[in-house]
Write a protein that binds this ligand. Structure first.
Ligand SMILES: [Mg+2]
Length: 269
């Protein structure tokens, strides 16, 4: 009798645990579906809109015009520097976003696998622009928040896609801090930075680092003459500080809480 009771209680506990496990799986499913669902249109735009291609070409055409203007005023082009971010500025990682949607995963799952494939395509216009800059000896610096463990794969990817100046001193990876200010100052020691190119405002100035949404917008207003001049910005609707700022940099929010904020942020009439 006692044995029977023990067995019954055991069955009950197992049933309860399996129920809880199923529930966790379901919650996980909802979490992944809802967070990835928002990525679908952004990634489609990035991969399929000809407008996206045109925006990238426009960015690099303006960069070329600006470079030529600077060249006409300088004796030594090797003292001039162009600073670029890598992800969604030089290399297109949208296949990673697409794969995340298709396989129902979220960052950082799969990111290492993608980076180590070293097969990201360059953004439209970037190879032509940087090859031109390289041919006239203007110095190129890639300042990226990729970690140093990705250096080899990143260099391989850049070289195979025809991007110039990928030596050690030209590729500045993230070490201690995500802010790019210290690395920009390092470039400034021996060069005049004529262009900063990126998809995230923090690629341009420390004034944008970790700032709330309203402040980011106000800083853009205060620096409005720099865009298309010293700052060249590329679109990234898939991720970035713009999205972090909407969530007040709170990475503990659940997908449901994020979705609620998304709707509250919409401006109707
Ligand atoms: Mg980027």
């Amino acid at each position: 009798m006692k044995n029977q009771k023990t067995i019954l209680s055991l069955i009950f506990v197992i049933a309860l645990m399996s129920g809880a496990c199923k529930m966790n799986q379901a919650q996980e499913q909802v979490k992944n579906v809802s967070s990835n669902e928002n990525l679908v249109m952004a990634t489609l735009y990035y991969q399929r809109a000809a407008e996206m291609k045109a925006l990238s070409l426009q960015a690099y055409n303006i960069a070329r015009l600006r470079l030529d203007q600077e060249l006409s005023q300088t004796q030594d082009p090797s003292k001039l520097a162009i600073v670029l971010d890598i992800d969604e500025t030089v290399l297109d990682n949208s296949p990673y976003e697409a794969e995340s949607i298709l396989k129902n995963m979220s960052y950082p799952t799969g990111w290492d696998e993608w980076i180590f494939k070293a097969s990201a395509e360059p953004l439209p216009g970037v190879v032509e622009f940087l090859s031109y800059a390289d041919s006239i000896k203007v110095q190129i610096f890639y300042i990226t928040n990729r970690r140093d463990k990705y250096r080899e794969a990143t260099v391989k990817n850049l070289i195979e896609k025809g991007l110039p100046q990928t030596g050690e001193s030209h590729l500045m990876f993230r070490t201690v801090e995500s802010s790019k200010e210290t690395r920009r100052i390092q470039v400034l020691q021996n060069h005049k930075i004529i262009l900063l190119i990126g998809d995230n405002l923090s690629d341009f100035d420390k004034l944008f680092d970790d700032q709330p949404m309203e402040r980011r917008s106000a800083v853009v207003d205060s620096l409005k003459l720099e865009f298309g001049k010293r700052f060249i910005i590329l679109p990234n609707p898939m991720y970035g500080d713009w999205l972090q700022a909407i969530y007040n940099y709170d990475n503990k929010l659940t997908p449901e809480q994020k979705q609620e904020i998304n709707y509250k942020m919409l401006k109707g009439f």
